[in-house]
Design a protein around this ligand. Structure first.
Ligand SMILES: Cc1cc2nc3c(=O)[nH]c(=O)nc-3n(C[C@H](O)[C@H](O)[C@H](O)COP(=O)(O)OP(=O)(O)OC[C@H]3O[C@@H](n4cnc5c(N)ncnc54)[C@H](O)[C@@H]3O)c2cc1C
Length: 360
């Protein structure tokens, strides 16, 4: 029988949730698995736009990651990793305690890039979700007493497009015909990794929802209740949403190799990482899930004393973006299709994913 090893999983992001789901009771009994996260729950980002539209309650996008792990026999520690030593195999936590590990995996998400703001209480970052939710709830109170709501969303990727769409749908539902949603993006097109045709179709969907789209505008600073665009135009807002990229966390600033490791015993996965050979791999929940599915195989190999294998980067991935009241756009490679069916498929995939963590 092999010696009992300690595996520390830092962060309950999408990748580690896959590991926790896949581990068998026998594996958990044979070794010590410890999940460490500052929060007991994980929020599923794919359902955030539906939540912002008012279609679902927060409970529908909440994964009880601590309870799910404990029900499987995995230890849970509510804490944050602040540092680790690869020479001593020790990880240190914010509370001051530390733990020895045989294998460590970091899935701590990315650190949000920030924009200096003179309106801190109206500036709402989408990531991390744990801080987004209370800010969103505060905004609901102001919103209900506001006559003409004006929102600005900063960002040009899929998340920013979905947030602008969700806000526009919400305005339509509240019949706030004088309300406005502005999307301000740095680049010359939306969702830059998509084909030109898909990007233009996304732009048309936004325009049909009366979202004002401002491309080629790099927002460097947020003023008091307003931002200035590069053409000198000023946009007033009641709330400004920042759905901008994240940068690697300081814990995972070193690039990962093809086996998803930064060193012999330390893995790193998810948004907070950059791959040596694939520096432009998109940061998405879909990729984090695929990395998690590979990570569990590599953890098993190392626990058996076998070498880990390479992560095969998927050549294509299915993205489904909300595009309206009951419609979504499915994107696969250079192709995309919009309608009710992609919306229904998205809902089914998202809800099935969240339900897979319900304790039976
Ligand atoms: C509005 C919106 C919609 C999106 N929709 C989609 C979508 O439909 N499809 C898609 O593929 N992607 C989507 N994304 C992107 C997706 O959310 C991220 O790519 C995904 O969450 C990354 O997962 P992750 O595994 O890196 O970890 P994260 O989900 O970022 O989680 C990181 C975890 O680490 C914990 N943590 C942080 N610091 C520490 C620490 N020091 N110690 C221990 N734990 C720590 C956090 O509490 C958290 O549990 C969306 C993003 C947004 C903003």
């Amino acid at each position: 029988m092999s010696e009992k090893k300690t595996v520390i999983l830092a962060g309950s992001g999408h990748a580690h949730l896959e590991v926790i789901k896949a581990l068998t009771r026998e594996e958990i009994a044979a070794h010590r698995f410890l999940l460490v996260s500052p929060f007991r729950d994980t929020y599923y980002s794919g359902l955030v736009p539906s939540f912002m539209m008012g279609d679902i309650e927060v409970a529908r996008l909440t994964i009880r990651s601590a309870d799910f792990s404990r029900a499987k026999g995995i230890e849970f520690l509510q804490d944050s990793v602040v540092d680790f030593s690869e020479t001593e195999n020790v990880v240190s936590f914010a509370s001051g305690v530390s733990e020895k590990f045989d294998l460590l995996s970091l899935n701590v998400g990315g650190s949000p890039l920030t924009i200096p703001s003179e309106s801190p209480s109206e500036t709402i970052y989408l990531r991390p979700f744990d801080s987004f939710l209370p800010r969103w709830n505060e905004l609901q109170r102001v919103w209900s007493s506001s006559v003409h709501s004006r929102f600005v969303v900063v960002g040009g990727g899929a998340a920013a497009v979905e947030v602008a769409t969700a806000l526009a749908v919400r305005l339509l539902r509240t019949q706030d015909s004088a309300g406005e949603v502005h999307l301000v993006a740095k680049g010359p097109k939306l969702c830059e990794s998509y084909s030109d045709a898909t990007s233009e179709a996304i732009l048309r969907s936004l325009l049909s929802l009366k979202v004002h789209v401002h491309l080629n505008n790099d927002v460097q600073a947020i003023g008091h209740g307003r931002i200035e665009l590069q053409n000198g135009k000023e946009l007033d807002f009641e709330a400004i949403f920042l759905a901008i990229p994240t940068k690697p966390s300081s814990l995972t600033s070193r690039k990962i190799d093809s086996t998803l490791r930064i060193s012999l015993r330390v893995f790193a996965v998810g948004d907070g990482t950059t791959m040596q050979d694939e520096p432009s791999l998109p940061r998405s929940g879909v990729i984090a899930v695929r990395e998690g599915q590979h990570l569990v195989k590599n953890l098993r190999s190392l626990l058996r004393g076998e070498p880990p294998s390479d992560f095969i980067v998927p050549s294509n991935q299915l993205n489904i973006l909300i595009s309206g009241e009951r419609s979504a756009r499915a994107v696969w490679g250079a192709f995309s299709v919009e309608g009710r069916l992609p919306f229904r498929i998205k809902r089914w995939i998202d809800q099935r994913y969240v339900n897979s963590f319900v304790i039976s």
